[in-house]
Design a protein around this ligand. Structure first.
Ligand SMILES: [Zn+2]
Length: 362
């Protein structure tokens, strides 16, 4: 492990610069994609056409109460519910069980459009997701949709203030494709190809002042995802691949850290995750990245993970130094969630694990 730890050290280049871009606080979590504003504005909210019949979908750990805003869909209701089940199954698979015992989902038809538009998820009363879907959406578009899975991932972390919004979106961005692979809905090659393409968007730009202070779209979604990737790889390095970010996130949910919780400071939440892995990775990476523009040497990371993309085609090197970590990230884990008390033991960062200095992190 010594050689590997030394290898991490080469990954970091830190730079700090000035200026902050602020955005207004949002009390909900919106999904990543660029959105057709016109389509959203046409989302049916008050039409005399009846909606489909409400139904409750049960998945391991939770029930999703699905309702439909008035308006027509070309698809049959059962086809829509298959889409909901698929997203819920991916999230249940990743977290070991669905992160909300009872959550509500409102599907809103968008007149004359097709495809899934950005959703919003609120924490109130166990969670509520609203997602616009085009009237003329076809089954294949629902089958390839990632947005609903992204929204359900939001249920699995406490509600954070604006400065920490990046962790919520970063987790949803990072976990969503991995959860879908673990559930057998995507191939690993697809998500690593996409991450190689998209993860550089999370790197700090000129004027960046760290994740807590730079509220751009790229830093919120992909900067947060970059934090998650570093955390996952580092936990796996420090635990000889026995633990990963997934174990930390399961522990946070098991301790009650879900979206309906509003007064969970990020440090406390991360500490619960760190306890589950016996490390201090989440806390240390947060301390490092929250106020500083931390650049990650992504080409080095992909090389170490054994991921190469050429003309859109992925080649894996399973003999690369971190190949086992890459493989483990997308392997399904047992469904039982980790049980960790939400009452912290009073340990300090220095008391726990074989914590590594931040310079060892990728
Ligand atoms: Zn989101």
């Amino acid at each position: 492990m010594g050689a590997l730890r030394r290898a991490w050290k080469a990954v970091l280049v830190v730079s700090a610069v000035c200026a902050i871009i602020f955005s207004t606080r949002q009390s909900f979590r919106a999904s990543v994609p660029s959105l057709s504003a016109s389509a959203t504005s046409r989302a049916s909210t008050d039409t005399c056409k009846p909606g489909l019949i409400p139904v409750t979908i049960r998945v391991p750990g939770g029930a999703i109460h699905v309702s439909f805003a008035p308006g027509p869909f070309d698809l049959r209701e059962e086809e829509m519910l298959t889409w909901v089940r698929r997203a819920a199954t991916a999230v249940s698979t990743y977290y070991g069980s669905f992160p909300a015992a009872h959550t509500r989902l409102r599907i809103v038809p968008v007149e004359g459009e097709e495809g899934v538009f950005h959703g919003t998820t609120f924490g109130e009363r166990g969670g509520f997701t609203r997602i616009p879907v085009g009237e003329h959406t076809i089954a294949g578009e629902l089958e390839s949709d990632w947005i609903l899975t992204h929204e359900f991932v939001h249920l699995a972390f406490p509600d954070m203030p604006k400065r920490n919004h990046w962790i919520e979106e970063g987790l949803a961005t990072y976990v969503e494709p991995i959860a879908r692979v673990q559930a057998g809905q995507l191939k690993p090659a697809r998500i690593w190809r996409d991450m190689v393409r998209d993860m550089p968007k999370g790197e700090p730009d000129v004027g960046d002042r760290g994740l807590d202070n730079t509220h751009t779209w790229a830093r919120t979604y992909w900067g947060g995802a970059l934090y998650c990737l570093r955390a996952d790889l580092t936990i796996r390095q420090l635990t000889d691949n026995r633990k990963g970010l997934q174990d930390a996130l399961r522990a946070i949910v098991a301790a009650g850290g879900t979206l309906d919780k509003q007064n969970w400071p990020l440090e406390r939440t991360l500490r619960i995750g760190d306890q589950a892995t016996g490390t201090t990775v989440l806390e240390q990476l947060y301390a490092e990245m929250k106020d500083e523009a931390v650049q990650v040497d992504l080409p080095y990371v992909w090389k170490q993970m054994g991921v190469a993309v050429h003309e859109g085609k992925v080649n894996f090197d399973d003999h690369a130094d971190w190949a086992l970590a890459r493989i483990a990230i997308t392997q399904p884990r047992p469904m039982q969630p980790v049980q960790i008390s939400s009452e912290l033991s009073g340990q300090t960062t220095d008391d726990r694990g074989d914590a590594a200095p931040s310079s060892r992190f990728p």
